[in-house]
Design a binder for this molecule. Structure first.
Ligand SMILES: Nc1nc2c(ncn2[C@@H]2O[C@H](COP(=O)(O)OP(=O)(O)OP(=O)(O)O)[C@@H](O)[C@H]2O)c(=O)[nH]1
Ligand SMILES: [Mg+2]
Length: 180
């Protein structure tokens, strides 16, 4: 007899702008936390599908390319991609504060489409690259800026669709700080 145990299936879409750290978050999630994996990941083209088992779940993770062309392609084929999806990981590069609005606009487009088909989903947000204090490259990032970003996210996403908002960084992969 085959040992084909049916595990619960969980499909996750990983979305956000280009260079926000989506692929790095996925590598972290699937346990590839050797730092060399994070040094020079190639920009994702279209979408990369990762199948993975963890905590008795079978995960199918769709790691999308975040460049404008791929974001538009995703929105165009939204209904196809969303089928069977339980959760969206939405990744925002907190050091890229000049593109917060662009990141929020893409989020709005996703919510609009979810609403139009009445599709309920869980969201987990990664306020990623939370290591500006380590390198001191982006001193403009302060608590006020982050609080404002969190408020804006909460205003866009229906409260019953919230899972969590994390601060995350590949430099302390085991240290996720729960902020909501
Ligand atoms: N400082 C810092 N850099 C990071 C972090 N995570 C990823 N990076 C860097 O950010 C760049 C982009 O990371 P990716 O994971 O490829 O980003 P992506 O969102 O998958 O990009 P696309 O595939 O183009 O959409 C890489 O140079 C990473 O090394 C982080 O936590 N902190
Ligand atoms: Mg990528």
């Amino acid at each position: 007899m085959s040992k084909n145990i049916r595990r619960p299936f969980r499909k996750i879409l990983v979305l956000g702008l280009d260079n926000s750290g989506k692929t790095s978050v996925v590598l972290n999630f699937i346990g590839k936390i050797n730092l060399t994996n994070f040094i020079t990941p190639k920009a994702t083209e279209k979408v990369n599908i990762v199948n993975f088992e963890k905590d008795n779940f079978k995960f199918e993770i769709l790691d999308f390319g975040g460049k404008e062309v791929y974001r538009n392609e995703f929105l165009k084929k939204f209904n196809e991609y969303i089928t069977d999806t339980k959760e969206i990981f939405y990744v925002i590069d907190i050091q890229d504060y000049e593109r917060y609005d662009l990141a929020l606009n893409f989020l709005k487009e996703i919510i609009k489409r979810l609403n139009s088909i009445n599709y309920e989903i869980e969201f987990t947000f990664f306020l990623h690259k939370f290591d500006n204090d380590i390198f001191n490259l982006t001193p403009n990032i302060n608590d006020e800026l982050i609080d404002d970003l969190v408020e804006k996210i909460k205003n866009i996403v229906p409260s019953d669709e919230f899972n969590e908002i994390y601060k995350s960084t590949i430099y302390t992969v085991l240290d996720k700080i729960h902020v909501y």
